[in-house]
Design a protein around this ligand. Structure first.
Ligand code: TEU
Length: 586
């Protein structure tokens, strides 16, 4: 952390606090801050520098903590402010840092600010949220929402929630329990700056900022175009609040009022944006807004208009997305965040490779080789380091806990109660896209409850059935001769990334074989001219890949099949096993 660019080289590990680790004696069946503190040596040994925890503040948990009721108190199942202070102290001892999850596009509907705002039209805090009269009220007194916007976590519902008491609607883009703050109001912005100072002065190193590009809405909240077909009363309205008219003003004010006063790491979650120049207005080296953002092009590769749906994709599209952002940030002096998993997406081994018993660990290492050799700040999501896969298709729907999944399944049953094919398709969407897949408790060992919580406690969510074979303990201790477990492969990849940061963090990026349908190959080159070649076979077939004439490899540093293939290739054609990735020194 000694250099001003420390946040570029840092490896960030995202913890989903409800599912990471409980602490001995706890009977909640939830993870806790004490549990996180007990795993810092583990994270250090993996090669983690910064811990980002999904929200831990006081919340009724309508959206697993992304509905905050008090920004300066801790959710009781997770612990206390004292526990957070202790966590920060323990991280500091190990040369690590804490990144908080800042959720300020909206609060919980149980936040004191909202309770006051909804108490009356004359409340001093009425204008802290977005209140509108009904578009109309029918003869029998049924109000109509101000516009046809659909809820993001359940598009069968309106993004406007009716409040009987004052006869008005409030905007709640995600769920009725998450009223949007009115960022037009300088009092709201000042209150957010105060929350940020509170955590930065407490020792947090910065923030992941939840949907920070949605804070400015198009005035008037106009009706959205109809893109969802028959039976859908409400429509996705992203164009009316993604990177809205005043977003940059607010982010620049945030930088002036808060971020410029600290040495922070910041990453803005920005769903729905993919325009180079618009992105650079936030992450450009001289932008004066945020260090980096999460761009969703890769994790939304199979998303049509809404996330709980499917659209086809192929390896070429995946390659073009990754290569594009590697190039854009180099050419336009911006900075990437590198991530392929988080708490809102299915597991990467189930989405991008083959998660069968035979291929899961090979595919997980293929992804690890890609992630540890791409340019930008690297983010790993809990469980990704051991190659956790999606929930089994055999689980009952009741085992899925996420509000988005619950709303989606309710919509499918409302629309297609007597249509087995549509119900089956709806379950297929859940099996492939539910956010629950990445929220099951962590697999620490083969003991009861996978070591996540005491045997006497009931985990808040079912633990996956493969925890006895796929767990941290087994993979850290694995002695596979010439091979490495997924965890060992990640540990080695993070070590190589650190040792060759000038190549893998900062280096140039050039894609090879752009037209190849299965092989993702690229060369990373440091400013001093040190070249490394990465060749990734994103298929289950044996392939031969032709090395370009102008490239030669001195030795193969590693493959995801064996620790390393030191021999020099005799020919220009490189044989690739199914899902094989190789790294060679040019
Ligand atoms: O998610 C932002 C968001 O809209 C996308 O992740 C995605 O569209 C969403 O998961 C619905 O498909 C952030 C948080 O990461 C998520 O967990 C919260 O539910 C959401 O904001 C509201 O705070």
């Amino acid at each position: 952390f000694s250099t001003p660019q420390w946040w570029k080289e840092a490896v960030v590990y995202q913890i989903y606090p409800s599912s990471f680790q409980s602490h001995s004696g706890a009977t909640t069946g939830w993870g806790s801050i004490q549990g996180i503190a007990s795993r810092l040596d583990y994270l250090k040994s993996l090669g983690v520098d910064v811990v980002w925890s999904s929200p831990i503040c006081k919340s009724p948990q309508a959206d697993m903590g992304y509905d905050i009721a008090d920004y300066k108190q801790i959710y009781h199942r997770y612990g206390t402010l004292q526990d957070v202070d202790n966590l920060i102290a323990e991280l500091t001892k190990r040369g690590m840092k804490l990144m908080m999850d800042l959720v300020v596009n909206h609060t919980s509907n149980e936040h004191a600010w909202f309770l006051e705002s909804r108490s009356s039209k004359d409340s001093p805090k009425r204008d802290w949220y977005i209140w509108k009269k009904p578009k109309s009220v029918s003869a029998d007194g049924v109000p109509e929402p101000p516009s046809n916007w659909a809820q993001i976590l359940g598009e069968a519902n309106s993004a406007w929630t009716y409040d009987e008491k004052t006869g008005e609607y409030y905007l709640s883009l995600f769920t009725p329990e998450q009223p949007d703050l009115n960022w037009e109001n300088p009092e709201v912005r000042a209150a957010v700056w105060d929350v940020m100072h509170f955590w930065l002065q407490r020792g947090a190193a910065g923030f992941r900022m939840d949907v920070i590009n949605l804070i400015s809405k198009v005035p008037g909240y106009p009706d959205a175009e109809v893109v969802l077909g028959a039976g859908c009363k409400f429509q996705p309205a992203f164009k009316y609040f993604v990177n809205g008219p005043k977003m940059h003003d607010y982010l620049q004010e945030m930088h002036r009022e808060v971020l410029s006063k600290y040495d922070t790491i910041t990453v803005g979650e920005m769903p729905g944006i993919s325009d180079d120049d618009e992105v650079l207005r936030t992450v450009g080296a001289k932008a004066g807004e945020l260090r980096m953002i999460f761009i969703f092009d890769l994790v939304d590769i199979d998303k049509p208009h809404v996330r709980m749906a499917l659209k086809p994709w192929d390896v070429k599209e995946m390659k073009s997305i990754i290569s594009r952002w590697q190039r854009v940030m180099i050419e336009k002096d911006g900075w990437n965040s590198v991530f392929i998993e988080n708490h809102d997406n299915p597991r990467s081994v189930s989405r991008y490779v083959d998660d069968s018993d035979e291929w899961r660990h090979i595919g997980a290492k293929l992804i690890a080789l890609m992630q540890t050799t791409l340019g930008g700040t690297l983010f790993i999501y809990q469980g990704e380091e051991i190659g956790l896969r999606n929930i089994s298709k055999s689980w009952d729907i009741e085992e899925f806990k996420d509000i988005e999944t619950i709303n989606y399944w309710a919509k499918v049953n409302d629309l297609y109660a007597d249509n087995p094919e549509e119900l089956a398709y709806g379950r297929k969407i859940i099996d492939m896209k539910a956010r629950d897949h990445s929220r099951t408790p962590m697999h620490w060992n083969a003991e009861e409850n996978a070591g996540f919580c005491d045997a006497g406690a009931k985990p808040w969510m079912r633990i996956m059935d493969d925890y006895k074979t796929v767990n941290v303990d087994a993979q850290m201790k694995a002695d596979l001769g010439d091979d490495l477990s997924v965890w060992q492969f990640w540990q080695r990849g993070l070590k190589d990334r650190k040792e060759h940061a000038d190549v893998f963090v900062y280096g140039d990026f050039e894609e090879l074989s752009v037209e190849h349908p299965n092989v993702f190959a690229y060369v990373r080159t440091s400013i001093k001219g040190e070249k490394w070649l990465v060749v990734l076979n994103y298929s289950g077939q044996e392939l031969e890949w032709l090395m370009p004439d102008n490239l030669s490899v001195q030795f193969w540093a590693c493959s995801n099949y064996v620790k390393g293939r030191a021999e020099k290739p005799l020919k220009k054609t490189i044989p690739l096993k199914p899902w094989e990735g190789i790294l060679g020194r040019g």
